[in-house]
Design a protein around this ligand. Structure first.
Ligand SMILES: NC(=O)c1ccc[n+]([C@@H]2O[C@H](COP(=O)([O-])OP(=O)(O)OC[C@H]3O[C@@H](n4cnc5c(N)ncnc54)[C@H](O)[C@@H]3O)[C@@H](O)[C@H]2O)c1
Length: 254
């Protein structure tokens, strides 16, 4: 991918799953990476893997739903790595929410806080730094469930729809200032988030069930999501902004 060498990427959720795969892939493409996660040891593990492969990384502890912590994490990144060009918002949660009747206010607020408010906060503190660096790219991990919906995930599905329109708003807002903003929409992907969701049952049988509506007949791998993210973050996508790119084995075309 063109244009990532020497750039600095702030990757949230970098301690696991999709965020970790994105951090590793961007580092492979030559970016210097801030591995950001609420679980510092997990972020440190990712940073260590990057450094062990000859890359540059810093681990940053941050709850992305806290404005104070996001401001500190962005400052720490710029201080440690010199600038900020790329943001990948991959931190996200799925609570056992249920429908709107069952969903507690706490679960609603927690899911919205981590999945959506985080992107506003990281924009608030990160966009001025990207502008200072002369432009860059933001990639938000949404979901196919930003377009369609499932029973029993009212907050999650609402949060992913909100991510898509925040992406469009920011894309329109910053297009002339050299910041591209895109979303990537995975279908079910084999990560610890999915394992946690399925825990208690026959996990492999449940995964096979989840794969059935996917025309390619299997779950996504985190590295496949990271490939799409690397494309959107790179200069190969120089004229791409405001899109919601499905990486879903054909899930949305059924
Ligand atoms: N796995 C899937 O099937 C799937 C499908 C579509 C979209 N997604 C989305 O992809 C993103 C990543 O999911 P994943 O499957 O890799 O999950 P994951 O649970 O494997 O990883 C999420 C990471 O985010 C971190 N995190 C959680 N809350 C945080 C907070 N408040 N502040 C900072 N970090 C926090 C966790 O510690 C973890 O390291 C999420 O937004 C998720 O909704 C996942």
């Amino acid at each position: 991918m063109r244009g990532l060498t020497g750039k600095t990427a702030f990757v949230t959720g970098a301690g696991s799953g999709i965020g970790q795969a994105c951090a590793l892939r961007l580092a492979e493409e030559g970016a210097r990476v801030a591995a950001v996660d609420i679980r510092l040891p997990a972020a440190e593990e990712t940073a260590k893997r990057i450094e062990a492969s000859g890359g540059t990384a810093v681990a940053v502890e941050c709850d992305v739903s806290s404005g104070r912590q996001v401001a500190a994490a962005v400052s720490r990144t710029v201080e440690a790595l010199g600038a900020l060009h790329v943001i990948v918002n991959a931190a996200g949660i799925l609570a056992a929410e249920g429908d709107v009747v069952a969903c507690s206010e706490d679960d609603w607020d927690r899911v919205m806080g981590v999945n959506v408010k985080s992107m506003y906060l990281i924009g608030k503190h990160g966009v001025p730094e990207i502008l200072r660096a002369g432009g860059g790219s933001i990639v938000n991990i949404a979901s196919v469930f930003g377009f369609t919906a499932l029973p029993d995930e009212c907050a999650y599905d609402a949060s992913k729809g909100a991510v898509l329109n925040l992406t469009r708003q920011m894309a329109v807002q910053y297009a002339k200032q050299g910041i591209r903003v895109n979303a990537l929409c995975p279908s079910d992907c084999d990560t610890p988030l999915l394992d946690a969701l399925l825990a208690g049952g026959d996990v492999e049988a449940e995964k096979a069930e989840l794969a059935k509506p996917i025309p390619m007949g299997r779950l996504a791998r985190p590295e496949e999501i990271a490939s799409g993210v690397a494309f959107l973050a790179s200069d190969d996508a120089a004229f791409v902004t405001g899109v919601a790119l499905p990486v879903d084995g054909g899930f949305l075309i059924r």
